[in-house]
Design a protein around this ligand. Structure first.
Ligand SMILES: Cc1ncc(COP(=O)(O)O)c(C=O)c1O
Length: 351
């Protein structure tokens, strides 16, 4: 039976990417060597790293003056790296709290200085994106989470500000066209739209670095990683190679513009069903609904056993909601085919 993988992360990757990546583990480009046993300083791996960095720049249409890094430690280590690199010694950082990941990010920043939470959606269990707030012009940076994986909300517009803008895009990077020149630092764990867990993509505007006035451990220092081309320490070669394959797959589909169209179509059929079927309710405020993580609940909890059983019989996997929200969450990342979303919709209709 075909399994439709709606997991929130690690999550679905294109089948052709998984296949090619498996082949490279056995024999990289007919070299007789495995991808995971060659030196990261070999010409073979250096060209993989170069190609991956260049493809990120190309797909995201990054202006000049940005470095693309593939680091370790996940998005979670960027929660502290961001503060170490940008938060001035006696300064403060501004955070928008839109859910569990934002809260974790600001908790880490508090280890290094003052944090002002300029807006929060906590009052309604993070089911919306705050719109009205003012951003202190003396803060070292403003941090936000573009897509809230757990609650299913997503920024559709980003705040205009004169201070550096930092964004955790872990669960919606490469899913829609954005003007990246507005951002000073963007980071994203690989394990949703890019590849396997093990690497975190960090995009840094070179001009914001070196201003924190503090000593930074080398492994957290973006300037060091940028100056060494992400080779300060041994990079996670498997995760980077697999990410490169996904980036090539995105390009082959027609780039981010084409992928965004597909994402809109997938989300539309699912949200339409949620809105038109009286047996379901959407969790997120309509105008803030995520194109990546669709959260919904049953109107009547007595239907749970039947819905779960229909879902299982149809091969739907990973649709349980996060424990802090309950209900269901269908993660429909780039690699999720519209046919699988239709299978979910058909199950909802059957209930
Ligand atoms: C928005 C967001 N930020 C951060 C993280 C944490 O990422 P990592 O596990 O790579 O540290 C996640 C993981 O799901 C996430 O969804």
């Amino acid at each position: 039976m075909k399994i439709h993988n709606f997991s929130a992360g690690p999550s679905i990757l294109p089948q052709e990417v998984i296949k090619k990546s498996a082949e490279a583990v056995l024999n990289l480009d007919n070299s007789g060597l495995s991808l995971i046993e060659i030196s990261h300083r070999s010409s073979a791996f250096i060209s993989i790293m170069d190609e991956a960095q260049n493809l990120v720049k190309e797909l995201l249409n990054l202006p000049k003056g940005y470095s693309v890094l593939f680091l370790q430690g996940g998005a979670s280590s960027q929660f502290l790296a961001v503060a170490q690199n940008l938060l001035k010694k006696d300064g403060k950082a501004a955070y928008i709290d839109t859910g569990a990941w934002s809260s974790k990010a600001l908790k880490e920043a508090r280890l290094f200085g003052n944090v002002e939470v300029v807006a929060s959606s906590k009052d309604k269990n993070h089911t919306y994106i705050p719109k009205e707030y003012s951003i202190p012009s003396d803060a070292s940076y403003l941090h936000l989470t573009s897509n809230n994986t757990i609650f299913g909300t997503q920024f559709k517009k980003f705040p205009e500000t004169n201070i550096p803008l930092v964004c955790d895009m872990s669960s919606d990077i490469f899913s829609r066209e954005l003007d990246f020149s507005k951002f000073d630092i963007v980071y994203a764990g690989a394990q949703k739209n890019m590849g396997p867990a093990g690497t975190v993509l960090v995009i840094v505007k070179d001009e914001v670095l070196g201003k924190s006035e503090r000593q930074i451990p080398s492994m957290l220092d973006y300037q060091i990683h940028a100056s060494k081309g992400s080779m300060f320490n041994t990079p996670p070669v498997f995760a980077i190679y697999t990410s490169l394959l996904t980036l090539k797959w995105i390009k082959s589909l027609g780039g981010i513009k084409a992928v965004e169209k597909q994402n809109e179509a997938k989300a539309a059929i699912l949200y339409n069903e949620i809105d038109s079927n009286p047996k379901f309710n959407g969790v997120a405020a309509r105008e803030d609904r995520s194109l990546m993580n669709v959260t919904f609940t049953l109107t009547n909890e007595n239907n749970k056993a039947r819905f779960d059983s229909l879902a299982k019989d149809a091969g739907l996997s990973g649709i349980n909601g996060h424990r802090s929200v309950g209900g269901y969450r269908a993660s429909i990342y780039n690699a999720m085919p519209i046919e699988s979303v239709q299978v979910l919709v058909d199950v909802m209709k059957k209930l």
